[in-house]
Design a protein around this ligand. Structure first.
Ligand SMILES: Cc1ncc(COP(=O)(O)O)c(C=O)c1O
Length: 428
């Protein structure tokens, strides 16, 4: 495609007319497309359907330790699932707390408890106005939790290796900084896996606040799109080596392995942190939904079962990602008005359009029947200072819907950019 930034005014006007024409044709198709939330498609969920036949009158309700999963008890979850998650997260089973249906809920709860009861020290709510580090662009629901509890959220730029660690190391010198949100593998929305160096520097942090914690949300730990997945260094092991075992609190779930909202979530940490967290849990609940845990345990009896299952997810998701990437490449490569990530796993592609154009792209897409994640959502307080980042979630629509959606998106990106360039260069 031609480089928009070096075109003459006449060429730009012609190009704009042609893009407007295409856009109007797309609008006339009255499409109804949604690339806003990272939900699995129905075909992804079909892969786990057999789980419902694995627990019942014919198959029994007891786990391998003989626990009747229909009854109360077992605060921190079934043995089999601790083993499964210990394998996924490369931790010891006794470091794992298997919870309910949502890891986000466990994150919220951990912060809520830190506010009222501290993280081994004074309750956070008694320590004045506090701060939280937010690698950007990042996951809107993480930011929403810390906004809700009144933290001042400090953006930290992401680069190709993870958060900018020079910035993180400097910011943790401030005692008011209590934590950092991290999605270390196939990050939401960048699709970046933190490099070994970033993980090591995280582990070696010397925060001024003794109760600072790394919220390590490994939501996409096994969500490779290709046979050869990215490798993430084990943060906990590095923390132990650095004499910082209590720094990380690690989260994961099966939301995008089995059923979002009906999966199983985990929280994992050092023995000190696990004792603290379990000591509080006993006041909250008599135990989690063990029948759902048992379904999962029987579905994934070995790490090999999980690997095969994730491969089947990848076969469904890969063509969807590739369809978006092909269209971006076709319509935008060389134009100088956009760049995007090429994730090898996870659920998102991160697109950067010409500065000041993301909201306009969102509007143009909406007018053509396509919903995008709201521009700005990937930044604290919903404010992208450059109005440039758009999170693309290709998992939910079908491949043919994605093909249409990608055409609409790329047309809108070109439309918004040409409009801006022409408006800014009225005199030429
Ligand atoms: C990074 C990240 N963490 C957590 C979640 C939600 O996890 P759960 O369903 O376990 O609450 C999502 C969902 O999109 C996510 O992208």
């Amino acid at each position: 495609m031609p480089d928009y930034l070096s075109m003459s005014k006449e060429e730009l006007k012609q190009e704009f007319q042609s893009v407007q024409h295409t856009y109007e044709k797309l609008r006339a198709m009255h499409l109804s497309l949604d690339m806003s939330r990272g939900k699995p498609g129905f075909d992804n969920m079909d892969l786990s359907e057999k789980m419902f036949d694995l627990v019942g009158n014919d198959t029994g309700f007891k786990n391998i330790s003989g626990i009747d999963c229909r009854n109360y008890g077992g605060l921190d979850g079934l043995t089999e699932l601790k083993d499964l998650f210990a394998n996924i997260l490369e931790l010891q089973p006794d470091q794992i707390i298997v919870g309910g249906n949502s890891s986000l809920n466990m994150m919220y709860d951990t912060i809520s408890q830190a506010m009222t009861h501290g993280m081994g020290g004074e309750p956070w709510c008694r320590q004045g106005k506090l701060r939280f580090l937010c690698p950007v662009p990042g996951y809107d629901r993480h930011f929403a939790i810390t906004e809700y509890f009144g933290f001042e959220m400090i953006p930290v730029p992401m680069n190709e290796e993870g958060p900018d660690m020079d910035v993180v190391e400097e910011l943790v010198q401030d005692k008011r900084v209590k934590g950092i949100w991290c999605v270390p593998k196939y990050s939401n929305p960048e699709g970046v896996t933190y490099s070994d160096e970033v993980v090591r520097r995280m582990a070696r942090l010397k925060p001024a606040a003794g109760d600072f914690r790394i919220f390590w949300d490994n939501a996409y730990a096994v969500h490779d799109l290709y046979e050869e997945g990215d490798h993430l260094l084990n943060l906990y092991e590095e923390c132990v080596k650095a004499g910082n075992p209590d720094l990380p609190i690690i989260f994961a779930s099966t939301s995008k392995i089995t059923f979002p909202g009906a999966g199983v979530a985990v929280e994992a940490a050092s023995p000190n942190n696990v004792a603290l967290l379990k000591g509080r849990m006993k006041y909250q609940t008599i135990g989690p939904d063990k029948l759902n845990q048992l379904r999962h345990a029987r579905m994934f009896r070995t790490p090999g079962d999980l690997k095969r299952h994730m491969r089947r997810h990848a076969e469904i998701l890969r063509p969807k990602f590739e369809s978006v990437l092909n269209e971006l490449d076709k319509q935008l490569t060389g134009t100088g008005i956009a760049r995007w990530t090429h994730p090898r796993g996870g659920y998102f592609i991160s697109l950067y359009v010409l500065e000041g154009c993301a909201k306009r792209v969102e509007e143009l897409c909406a007018n053509a029947g396509m919903i995008l994640t709201p521009a700005g959502a990937t930044y604290p307080y919903g404010i992208d200072p450059h109005d440039s980042n758009i999170r693309i979630a290709p998992s939910y629509p079908s491949v043919s819907e994605i093909e249409n959606a990608s055409v609409v998106l790329c047309t809108a990106v070109r439309y918004a950019a040409l409009e801006k360039i022409l408006a800014e260069n009225t005199t030429f």
